[in-house]
Design a protein. Structure first.
Lengths: 112, 493
């Protein structure tokens, strides 16, 4: 199970980086979203995947799910959600003001 | 256990929230910002005094014992950095009303200012790797808002790039933390350090360490990951540039400091050797950038990169002299970079342009500004008796003890070129005929000069009074060279 999820997160990383290297702004935004999904799945896998186990350690329970990765992911999801929404607004405003969504034309000049 | 550790994070956070309510009343906001920044300075000064006299302050949040909960650790390195952060905050708070923000002052400038301070302070204080990521995000969120404040065409374009590169490196940071957690089963820095020492398979840990280095190198703007920095630091208002230049890249280099003196010290001959080369290349490429432009804001922004190189050099050499030099240089650079950015802001304001080729003869109208720039050029290049000299002397002495002759030569050459790059501003903008720029009207610089004088005099005191400051840097270096002290104080074994 861990191997499958790891391959999945690898595919997510690869598609994310492919999208990040595009010229169109919206593709880049989608790339960052995919990147964060890949990273979150990766954290989840690092805490070992189990089903039907309690997430806390009490007396008599030897098998348990690690709760820490889930706490970490939750924090990270909230943060990347916030950043993505900010990024969307910023990308929209940039396109409006500069009248292009092509990164090639958003390069800027020297000595500006 | 002391609540003192959390106060420098909470205070700016509360200040920011209060200031949101006074957003439309600019005069109240200005007064409150000054008061809160001064209170913060007093508080962190007291914390510094406590740490020096009674040792590291540790706070376990929510009473969860050390490796399980989040710990806040104010050791001597964190305390001195938090104090410097608050000194810069005071200077910027007093500069901001006359910085020409205009309408932008009402776009929640002051709340974001305090959110940024809170994030930076939190990153310095936390003792938990994941919490470090969270505080990085806090300060980055505030910086995204500040960098785009006003929303010009150029500003939007550059802040988009700034946001993207930081988002990418943050996700890489999360991935690196996942690796650390997978390999060692903890995110508490002290426990990570302990387990790295005990681990059998250290190859994977070295790889994770290098991955973390690249994350922090992106945030700290080291070669070859600095290309996002110069332009995005130039577009916002000078007071915001000063905050960024003094604080943001320094949080990145602080993280390298923490991680590579505490945690990944098991293969020093491999990891730290790489750092020396990165340091050298950062110096060379950074200073070439500074020499290549005639925009005074860009010159100062490019000068951040060789400074980061110098600080990394000390970590790479990894002996007590070099580390104490790094600490000294880090503090010196925070102070002088904020002073320079503010100074360049004033010069741009009075000259009406940031292009050197269009300036000239300013010394006749503004003699004080000329002298301030003259002194700061000397401070930056490390001419004795100013603070840059002490830091560089210790760094190069440390490199000499570690027999890294090549890097010493690069460092000395870079220092000379740094002096040239800043002297170029002085020669072009201040020398020349009185009428070089036509009949310019003398503009008032009231309120803008005092914070710069404050920061520069601090820098001069740090150089002239080195005998009082050096022992502190030396004790921090001795402390950093022995990771066991940190581990024991957090895990209480």
């Amino acid at each position: 199970m861990e191997i499958i999820i790891l391959i999945l997160s690898g595919i997510l990383f690869a598609t994310a980086i492919y999208n990040l290297l595009q010229k169109q702004l919206l593709r880049i935004v989608i790339g960052t979203a995919l990147l964060s999904h890949g990273a979150h799945l990766f954290i989840l896998t690092m805490g070992k995947l189990k089903t039907g186990q309690p997430p806390i350690l009490t007396d008599g329970v030897s098998e348990y799910t690690d709760p820490l990765p889930q706490a970490l992911i939750l924090t990270s999801i909230v943060i990347s959600f916030g950043v993505t929404s900010l990024l969307l607004v910023l990308a929209y405003r940039t396109t409006q003001e500069n009248k292009t969504d092509n990164m090639e034309q958003l390069r800027g000049k020297a000595n500006e | 256990m002391s609540n003192l550790a959390v106060l420098p994070i909470i205070l700016p956070l509360v200040a920011a929230i209060i200031l949101i309510f006074f957003n439309s009343k600019v005069h109240v906001s200005r007064a409150l910002t000054k008061v809160f920044s001064l209170v913060g300075l007093g508080l962190t000064g007291y914390i510094m005094w406590e740490v020096i006299n009674n040792g590291t302050i540790i706070m376990e949040t929510g009473d969860w014992i050390a490796p399980y909960g989040i710990v806040l650790v104010v050791d001597s390195l964190a305390a001195v950095l938090v104090l410097t952060t608050n000194i810069i905050a005071v200077a910027c708070a007093f500069y901001a009303p006359s910085a020409g923000l205009g309408e932008k002052e009402k776009y929640y400038f002051y709340p974001f200012f305090f959110f940024l301070i809170s994030g930076v302070t939190g990153a310095f204080i936390t003792g938990d790797l994941f919490n470090l990521f969270v505080f990085f995000e806090v300060l980055l969120m505030a910086s995204y808002a500040l960098i785009v404040l006003g929303g010009d065409k150029v500003q939007l374009r550059e802040s988009l790039k700034y946001l993207l590169i930081n988002l990418f490196s943050s996700m890489l940071f999360v991935t690196a933390i996942a690796f650390v957690y997978g390999a060692l089963g903890t995110v508490n820095m002290a426990q990570i350090a302990q387990r790295v020492q005990e681990a059998d398979q250290q190859g994977i840990l070295t790889t994770v360490g290098i991955l973390l280095f690249f994350v922090f190198a992106t945030k700290a703007a080291l070669f070859p990951l600095y290309y996002w920095l110069p332009k995005s630091y130039v577009v916002p208002n000078p007071v915001i540039s000063a905050l960024f230049g003094a604080l943001l890249t320094k949080v990145g280099i602080y993280s390298i400091f923490r991680v590579f003196t505490l945690i990944f010290v098991h293969r020093v001959e491999l990891t730290h050797e790489i750092f020396i080369w990165f340091a050298g290349l950062s110096m060379i490429f950074g200073i070439i950038g500074a020499l290549s432009t005639s925009n005074i804001k860009l010159i100062v922004a490019y000068n951040i990169i060789p400074a980061i190189g110098f600080i990394l050099l000390g970590i790479g050499v990894m002996n007590e002299t070099a580390i104490s030099g790094s600490v000294y240089y880090l503090i010196h650079d925070m102070v002088i970079k904020s002073a320079l950015f503010l100074l360049v802001g004033v010069i741009t304001y009075v000259a009406g342009t940031s292009d050197l080729k269009k300036m000239g003869g300013l010394i006749h109208t503004y003699p004080l500004l000329g002298w301030l720039l003259f002194i700061s050029a000397f401070v930056l290049a490390g001419i004795p008796p100013f603070s840059g000299f002490i830091g560089k002397l210790l760094l190069l002495q440390g490199a000499f003890e570690g027999e890294h002759i090549m890097i010493i030569l690069i460092g000395l050459l870079t220092s000379l070129l740094i002096l040239y790059s800043v002297a170029k501003i002085f020669i072009n903008a201040f020398w020349g005929d009185k009428d070089a720029m036509g009949q310019i009207k003398k503009k008032s610089t009231k309120g803008m000069v005092a914070p710069i004088v404050f920061l520069l005099s601090l820098s001069v005191i740090m150089g002239v009074g080195a005998e009082y400051f050096y022992p502190v840097a030396d004790s921090i270096a001795a402390y950093l060279m022995d990771p066991q002290i940190y581990i024991d104080s957090v895990l209480k074994e």
